[in-house]
Design a protein around this ligand. Structure first.
Ligand SMILES: [Zn+2]
Ligand SMILES: [Zn+2]
Length: 412
């Protein structure tokens, strides 16, 4: 291992920075099992170091002696944030290529001033359509029809390259295509609507009357996926298979399926996501219904025009849930009290107690089961079930009896 690999594995960001600054080779691959510094960064779970290695030019498609890439190694040990960073990394140089005239072009396909803002959107790990539109809107250079036209054409070119190059990258291709589709929607709204991009954000968030589900958003994402031009792509087929049978309004949403495919984020269980923009780590709840969360007041403000129609209903549902939970808790407490009272009562028999845990011995560790049968085969004995220890006090007594017997024997 090189010092850089050691530092990455131990998650020492300062040391990694120092070594890289002094010329450490990020792609040195002399490790006996072919591990790279990026793999060690992914294993360590440090997002900062993973990002640092990528920025230093770490190659993402190198495999180790068991045929795994850095992203796959990180996924293998559950470092999903690192997987997300690796899968969504797009070196700035690859974009800067389009800022220079190529071949017969008189001018570059992408004006230099747009490379920065576009790169920011390309490398985002939050693919929520509202977030992308917000990123476009916040940059005056980008929020213009001409600029967006150029950007979406470049994205389509990158998408094509990803599909046609030898080591095809379907994840990146679909991501580029998806962002390109959102840009095209932005162009439509800029051209046709007086409220411009605010109009698009409103359309994306507007919930249907029955349950507040954002139908337009769901349909837009499905349409983007459907329009992906390379039908033979495996990832596309996977996406279509997961989304097609789902009725609009049910889980999983097209957004969650797409996010999982592109960023590798599994499920939306252990983190809170903003209802408006899908940003991870949102923690501000609507104070009335307590059923939706936002990054901040701004995200809440954007969503309020449609949320206000369902807030009251959600509040009632939430209160009902709380009430049920409280009832259930009381039931549990009462049951526990009853059990404790029964345990303390000497008149209750052992038989009754063992009946309380009818399935206790049914669970068997599959490994142990295999071992046991192997043992039995070796000993040529029929497989016998493990004896049940229903009455611990009885077995204790018999052990004590044996011990007494042994002592007596030795005395004799
Ligand atoms: Zn938000
Ligand atoms: Zn609310």
């Amino acid at each position: 291992m090189t010092p850089l690999m050691h530092a990455a594995y131990k998650a020492k960001a300062d040391m990694c920075r120092l070594l890289l600054r002094h010329g450490a080779d990020v792609n040195c691959n002399e490790h006996e099992h072919g591990y790279t510094a990026l793999m060690f960064a992914g294993l360590s779970g440090s997002k900062e170091i993973t990002w640092m290695m990528l920025e230093a030019g770490a190659e993402t498609d190198v495999v180790n002696s068991v045929g795994r890439t850095a992203a796959q190694m990180a996924a293998f040990v559950g470092q999903h944030d690192c997987v997300t960073i690796i899968n969504n990394f797009f070196p700035r140089e690859r974009l800067d290529y389009y800022t220079k005239p190529q071949g017969l072009d008189k001018e570059p396909k992408l004006p230099v001033k747009l490379a920065g803002p576009l790169h920011k959107i390309i490398t985002t790990t939050n693919l929520h359509p509202v977030k992308i539109v917000l990123l476009v809107k916040e940059n005056p250079l980008l929020a213009e029809v001409e600029a967006l036209l150029k950007c979406y054409r470049v994205l389509d070119l990158i998408c094509e390259k990803c599909m046609k190059q030898r080591d095809m990258n379907e994840v990146l291709a679909i991501k580029m295509h998806y962002i390109s589709c959102i840009f095209q929607k932005c162009i439509n709204f800029l051209k046709e609507r007086e409220d411009k991009l605010d109009g698009l954000i409103k359309s994306l968030l507007k919930g249907r009357d029955t349950d507040g589900f954002p139908v337009y958003q769901e349909k837009l994402i499905r349409e983007c996926i459907r329009k992906f031009p390379y039908c033979e792509a495996t990832l596309l087929q996977q996406l279509v298979r997961s989304i097609a049978p789902v009725e609009i309004g049910s889980d999983p949403t097209a957004f969650s399926v797409l996010t999982q495919a592109i960023t590798g984020q599994v499920g939306f269980v252990d983190a809170e996501f903003c209802t408006t923009c899908g940003e991870k780590g949102a923690d501000k709840r609507c104070s009335v219904c307590k059923m939706v969360i936002y990054c901040d007041q701004n995200c809440q403000k954007i969503h309020w025009f449609t949320h206000k129609k369902v807030c009251k209903t959600l509040k009632e549902a939430h209160e009902k849930q709380e009430l049920e939970a409280a009832k259930e808790k009381r039931r549990q407490e009462k049951k526990q009290e009853r059990d404790e009272a029964q345990a303390a009562d000497p008149s209750s028999t052992n038989e009754e107690q063992s009946d309380l845990h009818p399935g206790a011995t049914k669970e068997v560790d599959p490994n142990q089961a295999v071992e046991r049968t192997e043992e039995n085969v070796l000993n040529n004995e029929p497989a016998a079930p493990q004896p049940r220890l229903d009455n611990p006090s009885e077995s204790e007594t018999s052990l004590a009896d044996i011990a007494v017997q042994k002592v007596q024997e030795s005395e004799e």
